[in-house]
Design a protein around this ligand. Structure first.
Ligand code: ATP
Length: 220
C-alpha cells in the first residue's frame, strides 16, 4: 500500500504537541511545528524538519505561515485556553480542511466544537481512563471510550471462553458486545467468523456498551 505524503502542522509544542509532531514525522509526513516560545522551537529544531516561532493568536503571523493548503492542523496549546480557542477560530476562518484541537475539560471541548473543530481530543482524560481500566483488570490491554456509553476494549481472552467458538461464547447475548477482531500472535482476524475458536493467548478487540464491557473485563 502506498501512502500519500501529507502536510501537517502542530501548534503548541508541549509534551503532547511534540509527541504528535515527532510521530507524524516518523510516519513519513511533512510536519511544520509551531510555538510562540523561541526556546521550545530551538529545542525541537534538531528533531523536526520545519519548526517556526509564531504566536498563532496573531492573525497576521498565522496567515504568514501559509497553512491554507495543509491537510490538517493540530492545536496542542494547553494551559492558555484563550490562545487555544482563538487559534482554532482563526484556523477555521482560514478554511483549514481538518482541525484537531486539544481540550482541557468538557466546557473547553464544547467551545471548540461550536467553533468548528473537526475533532476534539482530551489526552489526559483518555489516558487516565485507559490506565484505570488496565489497573482494575489485568485482562485489559487497552480501553478507548467512543462516546459516553460506547467503548472499545482490547482484552486477553477470558479463560471461560477458551476452546469455545465465538458463537458458543455468545458475548452478544451475554454482555451486549461484539468481538470485532481477534489478535492471534502476528495475525489479526477481522472480522472473526462465528465458528472461530478462541485460543488461550488470543486478544479480543470488543466493542459495545461500557457497562457490558466492564462485566467482560472482570472475567478471569
Ligand atoms: P503538555 O501537557 O502537552 O505538555 P501543556 O498542557 O502543559 O502541554 P502548554 O505547555 O501550556 O501545554 O502549551 C503547549 C505549548 O503551547 C507551549 O510550548 C506554549 O509556548 C505554546 N503556546 C501557548 N500559546 C501559544 C500561542 N499563542 N501561539 C503558539 N504557541 C503557543
Amino acid at each position: 500500500m502506498t501512502r500519500m505524503k501529507k502536510q501537517f502542522a502542530v501548534i503548541g509544542l508541549g509534551r503532547f504537541g511534540t509527541s504528535v509532531a515527532l510521530t507524524l514525522q516518523q510516519l513519513g509526513h511533512d510536519v511544520l511545528a509551531i510555538d510562540a516560545d523561541e526556546e521550545r522551537v530551538q529545542k525541537l529544531s534538531d528533531e523536526v524538519t520545519h519548526v517556526v516561532q509564531a504566536d498563532t493568536t496573531d492573525e497576521n503571523a498565522l496567515n504568514a505561515l501559509g497553512l491554507r493548503n495543509f491537510d490538517a492542523v493540530v492545536v496542542a496549546i494547553g494551559e492558555d485556553v484563550q490562545a487555544n480557542v482563538a487559534t482554532t477560530l482563526l484556523l477555521k476562518e482560514m478554511g483549514i480542511p481538518f482541525i484537531i484541537a486539544k481540550a482541557r475539560n468538557a466546557l473547553h471541548g464544547k467551545m471548540l466544537e461550536k467553533i468548528g473543530a473537526d475533532r476534539v481530543v482530551y489526552p489526559e482524560r483518555d489516558m487516565g481512563q485507559r490506565v484505570a481500566h488496565s489497573l482494575v483488570s489485568s485482562n485489559v490491554l487497552d480501553f478507548i471510550a467512543l462516546s459516553s456509553e460506547l467503548s472499545l476494549v482490547e482484552v486477553t481472552a477470558p479463560g471461560i471462553f477458551v476452546g469455545r467458538t465465538l458463537a458458543e461464547a455468545d458475548m452478544r447475548v451475554r454482555y451486549g458486545v461484539n468481538v470485532v477482531a481477534i489478535k492471534r500472535y502476528e495475525d489479526l482476524i477481522v472480522p472473526p467468523q462465528p465458528d472461530e475458536v478462541i485460543h488461550e493467548s488470543d486478544v479480543l478487540i470488543v466493542i459495545g456498551p461500557t457497562e457490558g464491557l466492564q462485566r467482560l473485563e472482570v472475567l478471569g
